[in-house]
Design a protein around this ligand. Structure first.
Ligand code: 5BU
Length: 268
């Protein structure tokens, strides 16, 4: 069972380069923390990434919210990824037919496939979305997460929808490395998906717009998920970045996430 194994020992269960690199990075940095950098200016974005870089295995982006996005932002982000040893996950949530998503992934202003190691997709269009993204991403060694579940109240990614999403992933193991999900799905003992989980915060149960929070321990120990995705719990809300506070929170979530993982491994 993947949840009982050390991250580093799971590299061999994956053929996808992005999945292998993420697991190796987690082991090397002793971090299962992904910080979601949801700020709207390039300066604030780069300031947060520089501040949290040492503590994370992964930086999650929504590049379409950055008002002054440009190619230099990607250049600087890529340099910070090398400097601080983390991977990049553009949380694009593709949701169209295969042909359209292949254009959206490769091109436009953002050229996501050229810099983002991991991205994600809804399965509502059917498996053609995976084929369309794989056509672009696989030759570059990229990986895809499917949204099997979401963190927000009242979302429709439940039951049969989640089950069919997992079945689609099983049929595309070369490119689909895992899920956005709230818990590890059950499956054969030798099956290894990466489970990345948003909706994580200490000291808050949710926001005013439907977000629902759990603690790192609930996510990693109780639910068997691999990576905690934390946004405002680390960055705060708004654009004014207090670097010391952001670093303090990143260290705190990194420590909480890692000790929950250690506890999980020890209990199995
Ligand atoms: P927060 O500030 O920790 O609430 O930010 C959570 C981030 O994770 C934010 O970028 C969301 O777009 C993202 N997210 C989520 O919250 N829930 C989901 O189910 C998915 C993504 Br998929």
């Amino acid at each position: 069972m993947a949840s009982s194994k050390a991250y580093g020992d799971r590299v061999a269960s994956h053929s996808n380069r992005a999945a292998q690199d993420l697991l190796r990075t987690m082991e090397r940095k002793q971090s299962n923390l992904c910080v979601s950098v949801d700020v709207t200016s390039k300066a604030a974005f780069l300031a947060v990434v520089e501040a949290v870089g040492p503590f994370v295995c992964l930086i999650k982006t929504h590049v379409d919210v950055i008002a002054d996005f440009d190619a230099d932002l990607v250049e600087q982000l890529t340099q910070l990824a090398a400097k601080h040893d983390f991977l990049i996950f553009e949380d694009r949530k593709f949701a169209d037919i295969g042909n359209t998503v292949s254009l959206q992934y490769a091109g436009g202003i953002y050229k996501i496939a050229s810099w983002s190691h991991i991205t994600n997709a809804h399965t509502v269009p059917g498996p053609g979305i995976i084929a369309g993204l794989a056509k672009v991403g696989l030759p570059l060694g990229r990986g895809l997460l499917l949204l099997a579940e979401m963190s927000s109240a009242g979302n429709l990614a439940t039951g049969a929808y989640s089950d069919q999403t997992i079945a689609m992933a099983r049929a595309h193991r070369d490119f689909v490395v895992g899920f956005i999900a709230m818990q590890r799905p059950s499956g054969p003992a030798d099956e290894d998906f990466l489970i990345l989980t948003p909706g994580v915060q200490l000291g808050s149960k949710g926001d005013a717009l439907g977000q629902q929070y759990r603690t790192p321990r609930e996510v990693v120990f109780d639910s068997g998920c691999d990576v905690i995705i934390v946004g405002r719990g680390v960055t705060g809300s708004g654009e004014s970045i207090n670097v010391e506070e952001v670093q303090h929170q990143a260290r705190r979530y990194r420590d909480e996430g890692w000790s929950a993982y250690r506890e999980r491994i020890a209990s199995n």
